[in-house]
Design a protein around this ligand. Structure first.
Ligand code: ACO
Length: 463
């Protein structure tokens, strides 16, 4: 696949007759011509999966499918939001390089950009920030059901269920084809995610919930809801505010990753956006995705000392199921551009508040892995999550909470992708095919002596 950089606005998809794939079916000797669609300005090319269905041995056959577990080579949509070139380590939102956005933009500016495709004019930005600030409060009942969680509940479980519950507070959000409703739902989600996330934190800590302070910026308000105690006005450390802003920008979108795919797939059933975003949070929770920053710190704690690194690396290479967390990426095969920015950010944060105690282990792990043929040959480089955990911990966020921070930021991307999916005329309910490998038809026989077994008394006492 060739990729050429272009400054031009995204072109409409074109299907040129000369651009076609000719395939000969060795079973029948028939040749098929399948148009190659050029779907974007960066040279991405594809055939339509449905064109394979004409390939049949007998007229009554279902037709050929493509088999692609984990979507290794399947484009599920056309998107104009985020561009990644994994080989070159490029990430752009709406054409703007991530490095420039991290340097100069605010998170809410990026959230606007992701949704609208252009940077906001001042008046647009002012309204956007005002509307989000205005919607930061949550219904008091949310507080009550958060209180029902156990003190050691994982904050991602709390966040996921609370965001899903928001749909019951805003039943009108199901009118997803009403632009006004979409707008207010998007505003509500961007506004309330930090509040709910902070409430989850305070619940785990056994601290009273702190209401939003609408005089503060998005990041300052979030830190206030997390950390404020008895002081009448919370003053956040500006280094932390900047770090949070940059980390939120880096995590705001990443094209068709696992959680975004979940949001699009669930959203394709035309459910309300609160439910679709809750699905994204559930997907992000997993250790192979957003849960990786938490897993990195647990791994570093398990290693305990730089002297244990060679043994740990040997264990990873031995293929006993342990992976070097924070390394490797499905798309980036040279480096993850976000990891580079995060590493610089880590230096700034540590210069302000002192070195994290495990930074030495992280740097040594990185050094050894980058010079080891196992990792080099598999193109395994540090990903964005390798250093984020160390920054978050030095800001005193508990390890369990790291993925929640990721979720707050990724909400901006999920919502932009959700809306793009809804307005895309080619999209339908997401429904993959399967290759059935089970039994052929067989008759039912009764293998039970009773259909309604009673629970034994001693079993129920043991519960
Ligand atoms: N440590 C050790 N070996 C690894 C790692 C790793 N972190 N990642 C991949 N490999 C090895 C695999 O064992 C495999 O080796 P093999 O060819 O000998 O079988 C080879 O590299 C290819 O790995 P795949 O699993 O096929 O790569 P895939 O693209 O499916 O996985 C993933 C990508 C899930 C990110 C993987 O690299 C991984 O598990 N990394 C650790 C978890 C992590 O950091 N996730 C965060 C991703 S970034 C994000 O979501 C924000």
């Amino acid at each position: 696949m060739s990729k050429t950089t272009s400054e031009a606005a995204p072109a409409a998809a074109t299907t040129q007759d000369s651009q076609a794939l000719e395939v000969r079916d060795a079973r029948t000797g028939r040749t098929y011509r399948m148009p190659i669609i050029e779907a974007g300005v960066e040279g991405d090319q594809a055939i339509r999966g449905m064109d394979l269905r004409q390939v049949k041995v007998n007229a009554g056959d279902f037709g050929l499918m493509s088999y692609d577990p984990a979507f290794m080579n399947t484009a599920s949509c056309k998107s104009a939001i985020t561009f990644i070139d994994g080989d070159k380590g490029i990430l752009r939102y709406r054409g703007y390089p991530i490095e420039q956005l991290a340097e100069g933009a605010t998170f809410l500016e990026v959230a606007w950009l992701l949704r609208n495709g252009e940077l906001p004019a001042q008046a647009e930005y002012d309204k956007w920030v005002h509307d989000i600030t205005f919607h930061t409060y949550v219904h008091e009942n949310i507080k009550r059901f958060l209180e029902g969680f156990r003190y050691d509940a994982h904050p991602m479980s709390m966040l996921c269920s609370s965001v899903a519950a928001l749909s019951s507070f805003y039943p009108e959000a199901k009118n997803i084809f009403d632009p006004e409703q979409r707008y207010v739902s998007i505003i509500r989600l961007l506004a309330k995610l930090p509040t709910i996330a902070a409430f989850c934190y305070r619940h785990i800590k056994g601290l009273p919930f702190i209401y939003p302070d609408n005089d503060l910026s998005y990041g300052e308000n979030f830190l206030s809801m997390i950390a404020r105690m008895s002081e009448p006005k919370y003053e956040a450390n500006p280094v932390f505010v900047k770090a949070l802003e940059v980390l939120f920008i880096l995590h705001a979108d990443h094209e068709q990753n696992c959680s975004t795919n979940a949001v699009r797939a669930v959203g394709s059933s035309h459910v309300d956006p609160f439910s679709a975003v809750a699905a994204g949070i559930a997907a992000l929770y997993g250790p192979l995705h957003g849960g990786a920053n938490e897993a990195v710190l647990r791994m570093i704690e398990e290693i305990g000392h730089p002297k244990n690194i060679p043994g740990f690396i040997e264990g990873v290479k031995g293929g006993k199921g342990q992976r070097l967390m924070g390394f490797g990426h499905r798309v980036y095969k040279s480096y993850d551009p976000r990891a580079r920015i995060v590493k610089q950010l880590a230096d700034q944060v540590f210069a302000e508040i002192g070195m994290d105690k495990d930074l030495e282990i992280a740097m040594e792990l990185e050094r050894i892995a980058l010079s080891d043929d196992y990792f080099i040959s598999r193109k395994l480089y540090p990903n964005v999550d390798f250093y984020t955990g160390l920054i978050y911990r030095s800001m005193a966020f508990p390890t369990d909470f790291f993925t929640v921070l990721f979720a707050v930021a990724r909400t901006a991307g999920w919502l932009a992708q959700w809306e793009e999916m809804l307005l895309d005329k080619e999209q339908k309910i997401a429904r993959p095919r399967q290759i059935y490998t089970g039994y052929g038809e067989r008759p039912y026989t009764n293998t039970l002596t009773t259909k309604n077994p009673r629970t034994k008394k001693k079993d129920s006492l043991r519960r």
